[in-house]
Design a protein around this ligand. Structure first.
Ligand code: 5RP
Length: 229
């Protein structure tokens, strides 16, 4: 079957993936373990990372899907508990603002993404220009919840002004459920991240403000912009 032509957005995703590999390849050695996120931009990154797989030791994955893709490219996958910290974490975003705070979790991998990001010395966000926003919230904010708490958390989020919608049929790698917050613009991501995490039954929310990105590789039609915080 013929490969479908890639969209303009995919072209930008591929370009930022290549830029990330290019940046990393000078910084790796045979003991380096890299943190790898989830999503379509990261999938392009994994393809290109495979070309330099002999230049580093292996990776920690933020989802079962990423782990499977890494293994399929013969990149060893380690348990984060045995690795401790990773020097680099490479991941995409659903939205990123000027302070490099993000909404993540479109692929339902937010909790493990947040854990690996917390253990990373440097978070390199790879994103096409459609992800850059001035205020977070145009993209519905995902919240991972313990299934028993789903309705309770949704009611609490209505009180905060959101329109929650259950992501039907999705079970996270941790066995939990996702509710997405629509019509919920977030002026103060750090405060909101902590406030939502304080609702009983919330496992994690998709605001990455406490641990945002350090570097943004942004794909534009004019080329990849590298912006450091
Ligand atoms: C998955 C994520 C992804 O990083 C985010 O959804 C961006 O995905 P894509 O690269 O496919 O646009 O947070 O949980």
């Amino acid at each position: 079957m013929a490969t479908p032509p890639s969209s303009a957005q995919d072209t930008l995703k591929r370009a930022v993936a290549a830029a990330a590999v290019n940046e990393l390849k000078h910084l790796l050695d045979s003991r380096t373990v890299i943190g790898v996120g989830s999503g379509s931009t990261v999938n392009f990154f994994i393809e290109q990372l495979a070309e330099i797989r002999h230049d580093f030791d292996g990776a920690v994955a933020s989802s079962e899907e990423t782990a499977a893709r890494l293994k399929a490219h013969n990149i060893p996958v380690y348990d984060l508990n045995g690795v401790g910290t990773v020097p680099f974490y490479i991941d995409g975003a659903d939205e990123i603002n000027e302070r490099f705070e993000m909404i993540k979790g479109g692929g339902a991998a937010l909790t493990r993404e947040k854990i690996v990001a917390a253990c990373a010395q440097r978070f390199i966000c790879i994103a096409d220009q459609s992800k850059r926003v001035s205020v977070l919230g145009g993209y519905p904010l995902p919240i991972e919840v313990i299934p028993l708490a789903r309705s309770y958390v949704a009611r609490e989020m209505v009180k905060l002004g959101a329109d929650p919608m259950y992501r039907d049929g999705v079970v996270t790698d941790n066995g939990n459920q996702i509710i997405d917050m629509y019509n919920f613009m977030i002026e103060d991501p750090l405060t909101m991240e902590e406030r939502i995490n304080n609702i009983t039954g919330v496992v994690t929310n998709g605001l990455f403000a406490r641990r945002g990105a350090d570097v943004l590789l942004l794909g534009t039609p004019e080329g990849v912009q590298r912006i450091e915080r």
